[in-house]
Structures are given as C-alpha cells and as structure tokens.
Design a protein around this ligand. Structure first.
Ligand SMILES: *Cc1c(COP(=O)(O)O)cnc(C)c1O
Length: 397
C-alpha cells in the first residue's frame, strides 16, 4: 500500500525532445515532401550508419521488425537451434519462435547480468545456427569471444542492440560485430523516434537488396525501366524465395526525430553514465546491493539501472526493498525480464522448466530496477539515493 504520494515513477519516456527540437519537428512537418520513405529516412539512415561506422543502415518500424528481417534472411527452419539469453525482452526470441526454430536458452553471468559465454558454449550443438547476443541494460557482450565461437561453428550472429545504441566493446560500437545489428527507438529506449522505430544495420552488401525487398511490401524499381510508368510504377519482388515482404516502414517525421536525437546521443549516454556512477558510488557502503559489473573494455549505454539485492543475511528479500521504497517513499521500481520460458507463449510452444537457467532465475527473483531516465533531475537522483540508503539501513534491522 502506498501511504505517501507517488514521488518517483518508473518512466515511460527515457529521453524527451527539447522545446527547440519540437520546433524543428513542426518545421519538418510543414516542409515535408513525403510522410514516409522520403529524404528524412535516407538522412537518418546515413547518419546512423556513419555514427556506428558501418556500411548500411535501414530504418524500420521497430527493433522487432529488424530482428524479423534478420531471421528471414538467416533462412531458419524447424531443425535449427537459436541461442538466446533466457534473461531478455521477449522480442529477442520472438522472430525465431515464429520461424518454428528451437530456442535454446542461454544463462546469464551473475555479475554482468548479460549472456554468459560459458553457458553459451555448453549449449552449442550440431544444430546451432544463430547466436543472438543481447547487450542488455546497455552493456556489451564480449563480442570477440562470440565471434570466435561463431567463426569456428559457422554460425550467424544477430546482435540485439535495442538497449545499447552507442555502447562500445574494445572501442568499437555494438551492432557492427555480427552479421546484423538491430536497434530500437521505442519511447522507453535511450533515443526514440516518437514512440516506435528501429534500425537494421549490416556491413554485408549481399543483404541489402534482401532487406529492401522485405521491408516495404516488396516494392523495388524495375531494372532498365524505360518509362516511369511502364511496365508499372514499381515492381513487387520476391527478395527471398518463399518469404513474403512486410510493411515495416518508418515514417518521415519519426525519422526526423531520430536525426535530432542521434545528434545528442553521446551527451544522452554520458548523462546516464554519470548518474549511474553517482548512484553506485553513493551506495558503496551497501554491498548487499549489487550493481551491474561493467568490464573495463566496455562502454555501456546505461539503458537502465538494475541491481541485485542480496538481503539474505538480514533475512530480507527484494520484495521487502521494493515495498519499502514504494510505501514509505513513493518510489516505484520495476522487476525485469520474466525468464522467457515461463511465459504462456513459450510454454504453449514446448518450453518449460527443462529450459531452466539458474542464474536467470536467481537474478529475476532478486533484481530491482530503479526509476532512471536521461531527464531525471538532480533532486530526483538525490531523493532516490537518500531513500535507498534509508531503506537499506532499515532492512539491515
Ligand atoms: C525493446 C527491446 C526490443 C524490441 O524493440 P522494439 O523496437 O520495441 O520492437 C528487443 N530487444 C530488447 C532487448 C529490447 O529491450
């Protein structure tokens, strides 16, 4: 029960557009020459590719759409095994489930909270086809080790970068290591294209025509078209035999918002990094609260602020901490990522306790995700820190 006023809610918007950006957007709406598949999309794609230092970027309606297209191009069937962490957002696995492939759930590392490479190795089989490294909470996976495995076993790598735009592993941006990188601009991500949006990136020329043919109802120019209206305005292609195209377009005004926010992504990530560092430092005297370990060769995008509460020695658990923060201080936290094999959708499709991943279970049962956003005021940050200290102290008894 909330006995006080709600003071800090878990945010639905991670980064707001500034007033200046809103003005720029309204100008863009007035001067737009198209509302979809126009010049803003091209510009956003070019800027995004340049930012990552990758050859090709394709704007899409979501990161799930990007994963869908990557799955379609990867030619996945029911005999293939797809290695996905059990601790992630559903969309990391969904496109592969739709392909009727077997999802092999990989456990997480207890300190980094992301895919554990030993667990990954243990779960390889002759049927393994794709690895989906998810740079969760903004933290990159050790991609050179993933690539070593992928090269040795001839596997496709589809990076889920929904939570990690701008994150770096050994100085190189995530999304540029694998065959494909998939990004999200959903309203709850570090940068947004006004609610929904995504990007599929690749360095591989051979995927480009396929992506273009699958992204927007198969519409592609005729080759050697003599008149613009003959034989028709555009062709409808079958980019991959047996795969039918989607309508996964990203609108022009959304793309324009993406252009604006991409300009300050470094600043956005830096604010998030600084706020994380402040909280972690301020809570150093409470080792029972274990924050995500960030290896020294990684630059995180600090998408969220998760921690594990090890209250066992005080006979307390995570729920007591959430309850304290909520009822005493009006701070609403979140618990993240129900192990995927526990969801109805996965259970109804053959997944169950046999897919159990111990670290995933342990983390889910003990994790707490604090309210955190780019635009969080220093007062809110301080309030969170003060209340956390008081709550943790109280729980020590
Ligand atoms: C948000 C998210 C997605 C899906 O992104 P959408 O743009 O909403 O489709 C995929 N994977 C992870 C890890 C996410 O957090």
């Amino acid at each position: 029960m909330l006995s006080t006023q709600l003071k800090l809610d878990f945010p639905n918007i991670q980064t707001r557009l500034t007033d200046v950006e809103v003005d720029q957007l309204s100008k863009a709406i007035r001067s737009a020459t198209a509302l979809t598949m126009g010049p803003y999309l091209k510009e956003f794609e070019k800027n995004f590719a340049d930012y990552l230092n990758i050859k090709f970027a394709f704007g899409l309606s979501s990161c799930t759409a990007a994963l869908e297209i990557a799955a379609m191009i990867s030619n996945i069937g029911p005999n293939d095994e797809i290695l996905v962490p059990a601790h992630t957002f559903t969309a990391s696995a969904l496109p592969f489930l739709r392909k009727k492939a077997k999802i092999v759930f990989v456990d997480i590392h207890p300190e980094t909270f992301v895919m554990d490479l030993q667990s990954l190795k243990n779960k390889l089989s002759p049927r393994s086809k794709v690895i989906v490294p998810v740079h969760l909470y903004g933290l990159p996976i050790a991609m050179d080790e993933v690539l070593d495995i992928a090269t040795e076993k001839n596997l496709i790598v589809i990076e889920d970068c929904a939570q990690s735009p701008g994150a770096e592993y050994k100085g190189k941006k995530v999304g540029t290591f694998g065959d494909f990188g998939c990004f999200s601009f959903h309203g709850q991500k570090n940068i947004t294209t006004l609610g929904e949006g995504g990007m599929l990136v690749t360095n591989n020329d051979k995927y480009c025509e396929k992506i273009l043919g699958l992204r927007k109802i198969g519409a592609r120019p005729f080759i050697d078209q003599e008149q613009y209206w003959k034989p028709a305005m555009s062709n409808i292609v079958e980019a991959i035999p047996g795969e039918y195209p989607h309508n996964f377009g990203l609108g022009e005004i959304q793309a324009f918002a993406g252009i604006l926010l991409l300009k300050r992504i470094e600043q956005i990530n830096a604010i998030r990094r600084r706020n994380t560092e402040v909280i972690v430092k301020e809570l150093a005297d409470f080792p029972e609260l274990q924050f995500q370990k960030i290896p020294s060769n990684c630059l995180s995008a600090h998408h969220l602020l998760p921690a594990k509460y090890n209250g066992g020695k005080y006979n307390k658990n995570r729920d007591s901490l959430i309850e304290q923060l909520y009822s005493q201080f009006g701070i609403k936290c979140a618990v993240q990522y129900y192990p995927l094999y526990r969801y109805e959708l996965f259970k109804n499709n053959g997944y169950s306790e046999k897919d159990f991943c111990p670290n995933t279970e342990d983390f889910f049962n003990n994790m707490i995700s604090f309210p955190f956003s780019t635009d969080m005021s220093s007062e809110d940050l301080q309030y969170l820190i003060d209340c956390l200290k008081k709550s943790l102290q109280k729980l020590r008894g």
